[in-house]
Each structure stands twice: as C-alpha cells, then as structure tokens.
Design a protein around this ligand. Structure first.
Ligand SMILES: CCCC/C=C/CC(=O)SCCNC(=O)CCNC(=O)[C@H](O)C(C)(C)COP(=O)(O)OP(=O)(O)OC[C@H]1O[C@@H](n2cnc3c(N)ncnc32)[C@H](O)[C@@H]1OP(=O)(O)O
Length: 363
C-alpha cells in the first residue's frame, strides 16, 4: 500500500469513528463487528486474557476481536471504514426493509441507484475521494437521470455517500489528454459539461438534493437547477472558480444572481466565498437545514410524505415552472461551457490543477 493511501485510510478511519456516533443503533451483531475491527485497527491482534463464561458481554467482544486473528491493522481500518460507509447509506431510511445491496440497480460503478417508496435515489459513491465527479460518474449520473425520468417514481433525489456531498469535478479528469491534444480534451469536456447540465435543465419530475456534507464546484452550481435543496448543518457550499483559473457553470451565472441577488452571487462565483449551510439557506440556495444528527431521518420522512402526493400534478407543476425558462437556461449552459473550454486551456487553470494534483494547494 502506498504512503498516500495509508494516510488517507487513517483520515477516513477518523471520520468513520465520528460518523459511527451519528448512526442509528445497528444492532448487536454489527456493533460487535465494529468493536472487533476498531480494536484490531488500533491495537492489533487480540492480546487480553479471555473473560470468564459468565461475563457474557465481554466474552462476546473478546470472541469477535480474537476471531480476526492476525488481520493487519491497515486492513482492519479499511474494513471498519467500509462497514461504517455501508451502514450510513443504509440508515438513510429506517423503514426500508431490504438491505440496500438487494435493492440497488445494476450497471453503475460510481453510483448507488435505488428506487423505493416512489423515490429514486441516486447516490454518488466515491466516499474515499469525497465523491469527486469523474468522467464515468458524469456519464452514469446522466444515465440514471434519464432512467429516473421514465420510471414510475414520483420524485428523484441526488445525494452523496460518506462525509462529503461532492468535491466537484475530479481534477484528475484534466490529466487524461488524448493523442489529439489538449484542445480536443477541452472541447470534449465542454460537450460533456453541456450535456450533463442539460439533463438537469430538462429533468421532468421534482428533483431534490440531499446535501449530506460539504459541496464544491459543479455540485454546488447545479443546485440552482433543483426544485428543493435540503442540507445537513455540516454542509458547506464552495465555488472556488477563480482560485482554479476557471469560470462558473451549471447555469449558476444566471440562477445564483436570480436566487440570492447579484452582490451575494458575485462573492461566491467570482471571489469563491464559502457559505455555511445556514448562510446558503438565508440566501435562498438551500430550502431547509437540518441538524446533522437527525438529518437523514428528518429528510427521508419528509420526502416519503411528498412522494405520496399525486405524481402527475407534481410533474405538471414542475414543468409549468421550468418550461418558461428552459430555452434561456440551455443557452446560458452553452455559453458557460464555451467560456470554460477556453479557461481549461489557460495557464491559470493548468497551474491550479497541477498545484492540487501535486498537493501544493488545497481549498
Ligand atoms: C466535465 C468537466 C466539468 C468541470 C466543471 C466543474 C468545476 C468544478 O467542480 S471546480 C471544483 C473542483 N474541486 C476542487 O477543487 C476540490 C479539490 N479538493 C480539495 O480541495 C480537497 O480534497 C477537499 C477540500 C475537497 C477535501 O480535503 P480533505 O478533507 O483534506 O481530503 P483530501 O484532500 O485528503 O481528499 C481525499 C482524497 O480525495 C481526493 N479528492 C478530493 N477531491 C478531489 C477532486 N475534486 N479531484 C480529485 N481528487 C479529489 C484527494 O486527492 C484525496 O485523494 P488521495 O490523496 O488519493 O487519498
């Protein structure tokens, strides 16, 4: 394992340790697994005397730890992170009966897509990379939205797995230069961006963002195209385009001034001011903020109630609201994508991306 991967795994482990406190009770069997993996990850193989047969609880804990044998600390740490990550996504809805693995739609590698209770949930699933959006993930989100627009769900939700909603465009997308050269790369990226944002402009049903943690870049800008945005109190909203030598996308050059007024929009889009969830709500980008400790429970209870409303009425209402603006939004999207195509070829952008990839800069 590389040094970087080990460091990242330790960070993920620490974040899983705090995440686990916020989960609903996963039951004794899982709690024992978590205990055993924690002990193995922090202390190595079981090294304490076996408790007596009548000391039932401590004996069960000891058995679970001892059963891990000589599993390396790094592997135990990784298994702990994976287990917590699976638990936090399945705790999204307390009354969902089948485990998520049984309900998830096949064919997606970067997403977990489920449909239940008339809700299609599209969950970005690269928690170790803060759900940074790769080319594959852009394409899979478009596919999932197209499928959701035709399925029998009443509403569609986009959310993230792990501690982040999304850290935006995966900056390593810029490093995969085709033999045709950098200009061709910028052109194909601009087409991908335009097609991606068009899917949100055209989406025909109510679309809800469940912003479970910090959001960066394009994952923030497209929020202006959602019908409702629910945020955890832990979420932040950051569009550091100038820092990255880039310019706004996702129709935010139009939706943000409209939502929050030109002055507040400029502070975000030009100067990269990061908003807290409360600030984003006060400025109209977020519909409602929920305490992080009850976020999943409160949001999914609310969404389940909404999903029982007459679906055709909701669809028509959305279309009446959106249709008036559709052509304008499409034109703005095309213009923003053209501007970015040029930006991606600039020294300002190249240097910012290289600084991140060589870890000279972080937001
Ligand atoms: C079709 C093209 C459309 C283009 C349009 C979109 C524009 C944008 O979206 S611009 C926004 C781009 N995003 C960023 O600039 C964010 C960059 N990331 C960061 O600054 C930090 O990673 C972040 C503050 C989000 C989190 O910091 P930490 O909590 O300290 O975590 P790490 O930095 O250790 O991250 C863990 C792991 O994930 C990788 N990562 C995170 N975000 C990205 C990203 N956007 N692109 C690529 N990789 C990302 C990070 O490198 C770490 O990887 P490892 O080191 O391999 O563990």
């Amino acid at each position: 394992m590389s040094k970087t991967a080990m460091r990242a795994s330790q960070k993920d482990f620490e974040s899983a340790l705090s995440q686990v406190k916020r989960l609903k009770d996963p039951g004794n069997e899982v709690k024992l697994k978590l205990y055993a993996l924690y002990k193995q990850a922090t202390e190595g193989p079981c090294n304490t005397p076996k408790p007596g047969v009548f000391d039932l609880i401590n004996k069960a804990k000891w058995d679970a730890w001892n059963a891990l044998g000589s599993l390396p600390k790094e592997t135990a740490r990784q298994n702990y992170v994976d287990l917590v990550s699976g638990l936090s996504s399945s705790s999204d809805s307390s009354s969902q009966v089948k485990p998520e693995a049984d309900r998830k739609q096949p064919g997606y590698e970067t997403l977990v897509v489920t449909s239940e209770d008339s809700i299609t949930k599209i969950m970005m699933n690269r928690p170790a990379k803060k759900n940074a959006i790769t080319i594959q993930m852009y394409n899979e989100i478009m596919l999932a939205l197209k499928a959701a627009s035709k399925d029998d769900s009443a509403i569609t939700v986009l959310t993230g797995n792990g501690d982040y909603y999304s850290s935006g465009n995966d900056l390593s997308n810029f490093t995969d230069i085709p033999p045709e050269g950098i200009e061709e790369k910028a052109k194909s990226s601009a087409i991908l961006l335009r097609d991606f944002v068009d899917c949100f402009i055209d989406f025909p049903k109510p679309l809800i963002a469940v912003v479970n943690g910090p959001a960066v870049g394009i994952s923030v800008t497209i929020l202006g195209l959602f019908d409702t945005v629910y945020a955890s109190s832990r979420a932040t909203f950051h569009t550091p385009f100038s820092h990255l030598g880039q310019s706004p996308e996702g129709c935010s050059s139009y939706t943000f001034p409209k939502i929050m007024g030109p002055a507040k929009a400029a502070e975000m889009l030009i100067f990269g001011k990061k908003l807290t969830a409360a600030e984003a709500c006060a400025q109209g980008l977020v519909t409602e903020v929920f305490p992080d400790s009850t976020f999943q429970k409160e949001v999914w209870t609310r969404l389940k109630a909404y999903s029982k409303l007459p679906p055709n009425a909701m669809r028509i209402s959305k279309q009446v609201i959106r249709n008036r603006e559709k052509e304008k939004l499409r034109a703005i999207n095309a213009e923003e994508s053209r501007a970015l195509q040029e930006r991606w070829l600039s020294d300002e952008c190249t240097n910012a991306v290289m600084n991140f990839l060589t870890r000279k800069a972080k937001l």
